[in-house]
Design a protein around this ligand. Structure first.
Ligand SMILES: NC(=O)c1ccc[n+]([C@@H]2O[C@H](COP(=O)([O-])OP(=O)(O)OC[C@H]3O[C@@H](n4cnc5c(N)ncnc54)[C@H](O)[C@@H]3O)[C@@H](O)[C@H]2O)c1
Length: 250
C-alpha cells in the first residue's frame, strides 16, 4: 500500500515510541514525515533511521506547548514541503501516577494538561489554515483508554485524555463540511519508554484490564492511525478509534 504517496505528515512526539512507529508506518507508505519533538538528539536519530529506510524525514526540535515554536515549525514545513496533509499528535506525558487525587501536585496536573491538551490544541490550530486552503487534511489525535474509562492512580493523565476525546469531537464537527477530518485513537498499554517509567503497580492495573491478556504493539497502533490518516477514512470524523485488546467495546 502506498496510501501517502506525495503527502506530508507531521507527527508530534515522533522521536520515539508510538509517535515514531506511526511516522515509520506513514513513511513506509510513501509520506514525507516531519517529526516534531522536544528531544533533539532522539529526533535526529529517528530522522536518520527513517532516512536509512528510504523515507524522506525531517526532525524539528519543537516544544509543542509553545505557540511560537509550533507556528514557526508549521512555517518551516510549508517552506520545505509546500503542504501538510496529515497531523498526528502523539506528544504526551503521564505526569505522576499510582497516587490518589488528594496527592496530586497541582503543578504536575498543569504540566500534563499543558502538553497533552494545550500542546495538542496548538498543533491542530497551527496546521488548520494550510489544510483549509487545500480543502484536505487528516488530523489524528492520540488519546488513551484512560480518557474513556478513567484509570485510578492517573488523575491528570486520564483527565487530559478525556479532554483530547472532547476536543476531537469538536474539531471533527467544526470542519465536517470541508475535506478535513479529525479523529482520535484510544490505545491501552503499549510498552514504550513512557510505560517503562511508570510504577509496576500502575502498569499491572492497566494490563490486568485487557481481555487479550497482553499489551499492544506499536505497529498495531500505527496501523489504526494509518487508516484514520488516509484518504480512505473519508466518512469518519470526531470519532475515537479503539485499540485496547478488548478493554473498551464502545
Ligand atoms: N504507551 C502507552 O501505553 C500509551 C497508551 C495510550 C496512549 N498513549 C499516548 O501515546 C502517545 C505517545 O506515547 P509513548 O508511549 O510513545 O511515549 P514516549 O514517551 O515514548 O514518547 C513521547 C514523545 O513525546 C515527546 N515530548 C514530550 N514533551 C514534548 C513537548 N513538550 N513537545 C514535543 N514533544 C514532546 C518526548 O520527547 C517523546 O519523544 C502519548 O500521547 C501517550 O499519552 C500511550
Amino acid at each position: 500500500m502506498n496510501r501517502f504517496e506525495d503527502q506530508v505528515a507531521i507527527v508530534t512526539g515522533g522521536a520515539q515510541g508510538i509517535g515514531f512507529g506511526i511516522a515509520r508506518r506513514l513513511g513506509a507508505e510513501g509520506a514525507a514525515v516531519v517529526l516534531w519533538d522536544i528531544n533533539e538528539p532522539l529526533g535526529a536519530e529517528a530522522q536518520q533511521t527513517l532516512a536509512g529506510e528510504g523515507v524522506t524525514a525531517l526532525a524539528l526540535a519543537v516544544d509543542v506547548t509553545r505557540q511560537a515554536a509550533v507556528e514557526g515549525a508549521v512555517k518551516t514545513v510549508l517552506e520545505r514541503f509546500g503542504r501538510i496533509d496529515v497531523l498526528v499528535t502523539a506528544a504526551g506525558i503521564t505526569g505522576q501516577t499510582n497516587i490518589q487525587t488528594h496527592q496530586v501536585e497541582p503543578a504536575d496536573f498543569e504540566q500534563v494538561m499543558a502538553l497533552n491538551v494545550k500542546g495538542m490544541f496548538l498543533s491542530v490550530r497551527a496546521v488548520l489554515p494550510a489544510m483549509l486552503e487545500a480543502d484536505y487534511g487528516r488530523i489524528v489525535n492520540i488519546a488513551s483508554i484512560s480518557g474513556k474509562d478513567g484509570n485510578a492512580g492517573m488523575l491528570a493523565y486520564s483527565t487530559s485524555k478525556a479532554a483530547v476525546i472532547g476536543m476531537t469531537k469538536v474539531i471533527g464537527k467544526e470542519y465536517a463540511e470541508t475535506g478535513i477530518t479529525c479523529n482520535a485513537i484510544a490505545p491501552a498499554v503499549v510498552r514504550t519508554a513512557m510505560v517503562e517509567s511508570l510504577p509496576a503497580a500502575q502498569v499491572k492495573y492497566m494490563t490486568d484490564r485487557i481481555p487479550m491478556k497482553r499489551t499492544g504493539e506499536i505497529e498495531e497502533i500505527a496501523a489504526v492511525v494509518a487508516f484514520a490518516a488516509s484518504k480512505e477514512a473519508s466518512f469518519t470524523t470526531g470519532f475515537t478509534f479503539d485499540a485496547t485488546g478488548g478493554r473498551a467495546v464502545y
